[in-house]
Design a protein around this ligand. Structure first.
Ligand SMILES: Cc1cc2nc3c(=O)[nH]c(=O)nc-3n(C[C@H](O)[C@H](O)[C@H](O)COP(=O)(O)OP(=O)(O)OC[C@H]3O[C@@H](n4cnc5c(N)ncnc54)[C@H](O)[C@@H]3O)c2cc1C
Ligand code: FES
Length: 279
């Protein structure tokens, strides 16, 4: 069992928890994830390592309440235990000095882009950060990103904070200003990662996207996380989760994410979270 040693709300429906997990904290690398099984009847859900502390033996997860497992996880309090946390899994981000990197995080992807931005910065790169969300109240880790990045931008879809519009609009402005960019890294909703990849394609700027296919075993055995990249089949859990954005079949990824919609809705109705019951 893995005990929760701290918990806080970062934004409506977005929580940060720290868990005692010595083996994972010792081995974690940027870009890796864990599989969480919340309770004895729980399914396996992948969550990115938002941070880790090998001295205190803790890992940090930031997750959005979107369905049964994440709602159940959100109900746990400090001192409660999680049934299982497995990892670190997936290939780490290739962190090296490439020059100027634009790191883009959308929605809960903001949690995941922060450790990547920090690692690229520590490697001596110029890092331009862009984070975006639907509205001001869904922006988090702003100070951390601002302190890490050489240039930093916030966008909101409704214009309640930062620049009104999408993260790709800021990216396009950088292109229009002839800013030299060596690499773009994007993590967030599938349409956002697809749009970023389309924006960089004509300029031939290498673009790494961090994919979120449905995962089950996360060890390369079941095939649930299959993605098509450059016409070939890869497993997101062991070959990824990062891939070349110019080669990813985003249309297929989007449709595969909806494979279990009916079952997910059915489960949410049958076992509503405490929060849903009170609504
Ligand atoms: C490598 C990886 C890292 C991730 N990191 C984070 C993170 O740091 N924070 C975060 O909030 N979310 C993260 N996700 C997404 C997270 O795993 C899903 O939101 C979660 O599994 C939803 O489960 P649920 O039961 O709460 O919701 P459900 O009602 O079961 O599903 C809601 C939606 O989440 C997606 N989903 C469902 N089950 C899975 C699954 N087993 N694997 C992947 N996606 C699924 C589907 O699109 C589904 O429609 C990550 C996904 C991957 C693949
Ligand atoms: S989740 Fe089963 S092969 Fe990747």
């Amino acid at each position: 069992m893995y005990s929760i040693c701290s918990k806080k709300s970062l934004a409506p429906g977005i929580n940060e928890i720290k868990i005692n997990a010595p083996e994972i904290a010792q081995k974690a690398k940027t870009g890796q994830f864990v599989i969480v099984i919340v309770d004895e009847k729980g399914e396996r859900i992948p969550l990115t390592l938002a941070d880790w502390n090998p001295v205190k033996n803790t890992i940090k997860l930031i997750f959005q309440e979107v369905g049964h497992s994440t709602n159940t996880l959100a109900e746990l309090k400090v001192g409660d235990s999680i049934q299982a946390v497995l990892g670190p899994l997936g290939k780490p981000t290739e962190i090296k000095n490439v020059g100027t990197i634009v790191c883009i995080g959308g929605g809960v992807g903001i949690a995941e882009v922060y450790p990547v931005s920090r690692a690229f910065k520590n490697e001596g790169n110029e890092v331009i950060g862009i984070i975006g969300a639907r509205s001001k109240n869904l922006i988090f880790l702003e100070k951390e990103m601002k302190d890490t990045c050489d240039q930093f931008y916030v966008t909101t879809d409704d214009g309640t904070y930062g620049q009104k519009g999408l993260v790709t609009e800021v990216l396009n402005k950088l292109f229009q200003a002839n800013k030299h960019i060596d690499l773009v890294y994007a993590i967030g909703p599938v349409p956002m990662m697809a749009a970023v990849s389309e924006a960089t394609r004509p300029l031939k700027i290498k673009t790494v996207v961090n994919l979120n296919p449905i995962m089950v075993d996360a060890t390369g055995m079941c095939g649930a996380c299959r993605v098509t990249v450059g016409g070939k089949t890869y497993f997101g859990c062991v070959d990824g989760p990062e891939f070349d954005g110019h080669l990813v079949d985003f249309k297929e990824l989007k449709s595969r994410l909806n494979l279990f919609k009916e079952q997910e809705e059915c489960l949410n109705k049958r076992c509503p979270s405490k929060r849903a019951k009170n609504e």
